[in-house]
Ligand binder design. Structure first.
Ligand SMILES: [Zn+2]
Length: 424
C-alpha cells in the first residue's frame, strides 16, 4: 500500500516536471527587437505564454519540442491595416465584397494579429464584431471608421461623421477597438480627418488616415505636419503622390519634422498605394517605415503585394535591414495600437510566434505600376503559433512518423468501424 502511494507521488512529481513547458522551440535564431535580442536561443512556452528564452533549454522539461534550427523566431506578426469586413471601394470598380477571411491569410504568413482598418463604421461595427471578430482564430482588432457605414462604398465615407458615437463605441468595445479611421475622402476640406482626430482624442486611441485624394486645398504636408497628433498614423506612406525626395534624391524635411512630432508612417501597400520610387528614396535616406502593414483585401492579395513576409522582403531588397523589417511588423505596430503585450517574446508575453525562413536566391519584387527591383533574400513563413498553439506548420514539424502511431490511429473509438469488403 505504502509503495503504491509513493509510486503515485513520484508519478505526480514526474508529470509535474514533464509539464513545466507545453512546447519548446529549439535552436532557432530569436530576433526580438523589443527586448534587443538577436541570437540562437531556445524558446519555451507554457499556458499560452512565453515561459523561458535561454541559450539552452533541456527538451525533457517540455511535453513537446520542435527543431527550428535555421529559422528566425520572431514575435507573431502584427498587421495593422487589413480589410476583413464588407468593403466595396469605388462604385463600379468591383462586384460585391473586397474583404477577405482573416484566417485564410493570417497564420500561413506569420500574422497572428490583424487590425481591420475602418471597413466598419460606428453604425455597423457590432455586426462586424459578431460575424467576424468573435469567430476568427486570428486575433482581429479594429479601427472604427469615422463614417457611419464605413467602407460599404466610397460614397458612404464622404459624410455621416460622429466623433461622439465613435468614442462611445470604442469605450464599449475596449477589448477590440484600437483606433479610428478616416479614408477615401474626396472633398477639399479636412472634415473627415479632423472628426476622426476628435474621436481619437475622446477615446484616447490613435487615428489612421488613408489620405485618398491629394488635393491642393489640403496638402499632405499639412496632414502630417498639423492635423495628425503624436501617435496618429499616416498609412499608404509610399503612395505615388506623397512627396518623398527632391531632384537630388534628398528627403523632404517635412517628413522628418512630422516624425519628430510623433506621427507614425505606415506602409499599407494595398493594390495601388506603393510605388518603388518612393520606398527606395525613403529607405536610402534612412527614413524607415514605422510600421509595415499590408492593406490586405481581395483587390491587393494577388497583385504585387502578395503577403506580409514578401512585402518585408521587398523593402529589404531596397536596403531595409532585416531587424528593421521585423521591428516594423512586431514591436512597433504593437506599441502604435497600444497593445504592448503583443509583438514581443519577453517571458510572460502572449506566445504568438512566427518562424520564418530567409530563403536565398534571386527574387523579383514589383509594384502595381510594374516598377521592379531584385533581391537576394525572401522571407517565407514555415510555422506560426498563436497563444501557444501551433496554427500553421508548413513542414509538419509537430507530426510524428505515421508508422509509429499504431495500426488504428485516426479511428474514433465507438463511432467508427473498419469494415473490410468480403474476401473471395
Ligand atoms: Zn485599406
Amino acid at each position: 500500500m505504502m509503495r503504491s502511494v509513493l509510486g503515485w507521488v513520484l508519478l505526480a512529481v514526474g508529470l509535474g516536471q514533464a509539464q513545466e513547458f507545453d512546447l519548446l522551440l529549439k535552436g532557432g535564431r530569436v530576433v526580438d527587437p523589443r527586448n534587443g535580442r538577436d541570437g540562437v536561443m531556445d524558446v519555451a512556452i507554457a499556458k499560452g505564454r512565453i515561459a523561458a528564452v535561454e541559450p539552452e533549454i533541456d527538451p525533457k522539461r517540455a511535453r513537446e519540442s520542435a527543431n527550428v534550427q535555421g529559422l528566425l523566431v520572431t514575435p507573431g506578426l502584427v498587421d495593422i491595416h487589413v480589410h476583413v469586413f464588407y468593403t466595396a471601394g469605388n462604385p463600379g470598380a468591383w462586384a460585391g465584397d473586397l474583404s477577405v477571411q482573416p484566417d485564410a491569410h493570417s497564420f500561413r504568413t506569420g500574422v497572428t494579429t490583424m487590425v481591420d482598418a475602418g471597413s466598419a463604421g460606428w453604425r455597423n461595427f457590432e455586426m462586424f464584431r459578431t460575424t467576424v471578430i468573435d469567430r476568427a482564430k486570428t486575433r482581429v482588432l479594429a479601427m472604427v471608421n469615422i463614417a457611419g457605414f464605413g467602407m460599404i462604398s466610397d460614397a458612404t465615407e464622404q459624410g455621416d461623421f460622429d466623433p461622439q458615437a465613435v468614442a462611445r463605441l470604442a469605450a464599449k468595445h475596449k477589448d477590440v477597438i484600437v483606433g479610428v479611421k478616416s479614408a477615401h475622402y474626396q472633398k477639399p476640406d479636412w472634415d473627415s480627418v479632423d472628426d476622426a482626430v476628435e474621436a481619437g482624442t475622446r477615446a484616447k486611441i490613435p487615428v489612421m488616415v488613408d489620405f485618398g485624394y491629394f488635393l491642393p486645398e489640403r496638402p499632405y504636408y499639412e496632414l502630417v505636419g498639423k492635423h495628425l497628433r503624436p501617435g496618429d498614423i499616416s498609412t499608404h506612406m509610399f503612395r505615388a503622390p506623397v512627396p518623398f525626395v527632391d531632384k537630388e534624391g534628398k528627403l523632404y524635411p517635412y517628413l522628418v519634422e512630422a516624425r519628430k512630432r510623433g506621427v507614425k508612417f505606415d506602409v499599407g501597400h494595398g493594390g495601388g498605394s506603393f510605388v518603388m520610387r518612393n520606398a527606395a528614396g525613403s529607405i536610402k535616406n534612412g527614413f524607415y517605415p514605422d510600421t509595415i502593414s499590408s492593406d490586405l483585401h481581395a483587390g491587393s492579395m494577388n497583385g504585387s503585394f502578395m503577403d506580409l513576409p514578401a512585402l518585408m522582403s521587398k523593402l529589404m531588397a531596397l536596403g531595409l535591414p532585416l531587424k528593421e523589417a521585423i521591428r516594423a511588423t512586431t514591436s512597433t505596430p504593437a506599441e502604435v495600437i497600444q497593445r504592448p503585450e503583443l509583438g514581443s517574446l519577453h517571458v510572460g508575453a502572449v506566445a504568438d510566434v512566427a518562424l520564418l525562413r530567409v530563403m536565398e536566391g534571386e527574387f523579383g519584387y514589383w509594384d502595381n505600376n510594374r516598377g521592379k527591383v531584385t533581391g537576394k533574400e525572401r522571407l517565407f513563413c514555415e510555422m506560426t503559433l498563436k497563444d501557444g498553439q501551433v496554427m500553421w506548420d508548413w513542414n509538419g514539424r509537430m507530426g510524428r512518423d505515421y508508422r509509429t502511431l499504431g495500426e488504428i490511429y485516426g479511428i474514433r473509438p465507438r463511432v467508427d468501424q473498419v469494415i473490410v469488403p468480403p474476401q473471395d
